[in-house]
Design a protein around this ligand. Structure first.
Ligand code: ZN
Length: 250
């Protein structure tokens, strides 16, 4: 299987990688949608992750939202793994046109990839809801910036300029994806000769829809479990993606 993947990569000129949560689990960033993530959210907050991460919950229960968000979506110590590093290397070799990701952790850029399309945004970018001021992740994690008007400690980050709530540039449930990012991802997938899909079960919107735009030669699926697209793929590898890409590329 590894030989076949190497052959496909060798003959490709324009690879697009489409990835999901499984790409980052080997970096110690767990999937909040996993069984364990669901269990923990229910145990601690009495609600499933999809509800904790909805726009209406953010709007109506802002401080509980940030408590959950900071404890479950932020992993400051996470480092790129073999999968991220291999994809950055393929870009350097001129083989890979783009990474399209559902992840929000910024690990592809940290590994050295420059052509990264983040469908669900990034925890690294944060903007004041009122005045639009930009804040990096360090800034919103700083407890000094998480105090309300009375000086009491909160989970919510507030804008230093105007006192507004600072919202992560992450697409919450109930929010629409950024059309321009989706359209560019579609275009990239349309123009790819090889599409490597990894670390996603392809059930979360808009993953499945994006794959349908692929018209190239080789569809490669690397996922721990089966997906509904296995029958359409040139190659299916049910192994951890870091191991697969690391072995074939690095
Ligand atoms: Zn502001």
């Amino acid at each position: 299987m590894y030989e076949k993947l190497k052959e496909i990569i060798d003959r490709s000129r324009r690879i697009v990688f489409f990835g999901g949560a499984g790409v980052s689990t080997e970096s110690g960033v767990p999937d909040f949608r996993s069984e364990n993530g669901l269990y923990q959210a229910i145990q601690v907050y009495g609600r499933p992750p999809e509800e904790m991460l909805s726009y209406s919950f953010f709007r109506d229960n802002t401080d509980i939202f940030f408590d959950y968000y900071i404890n479950n979506l932020i992993y400051l110590e996470a480092k790129p793994n073999q999968a991220h590093l291999a994809l950055a290397e393929l870009e350097r070799r001129g083989k890979l046109a783009a990474v399209v990701t559902q992840n929000i952790d910024g690990l592809h850029q940290l590994a050295g990839s420059s052509q990264v399309w983040e469908l669900h945004g990034s925890v690294l970018r944060n903007y004041c809801k009122d005045c639009g001021a930009f804040y990096d992740l360090r800034c919103i994690m700083d407890e000094e910036n998480r105090k309300d008007g009375t000086g009491a400690q909160t989970h919510t980050p507030y804008c230093k300029r105007c006192g507004g709530v600072v919202k992560p540039d992450v697409v919450l449930y109930e929010e629409a994806l950024d059309d321009s990012v989706v359209n560019e991802a579609v275009e990239l997938i349309c123009e790819a000769d090889t599409l490597i899909v990894g670390g996603t079960s392809l059930v979360v919107y808009p993953a499945a829809g994006l794959i349908n735009h692929f018209r190239g030669d080789d569809l490669v699926l690397i996922n721990k479990s089966e997906t509904q697209y296995d029958g359409k793929a040139t190659l299916v590898i049910n192994e951890p993606i870091g191991k697969v890409l690391g072995t074939c590329v690095l």
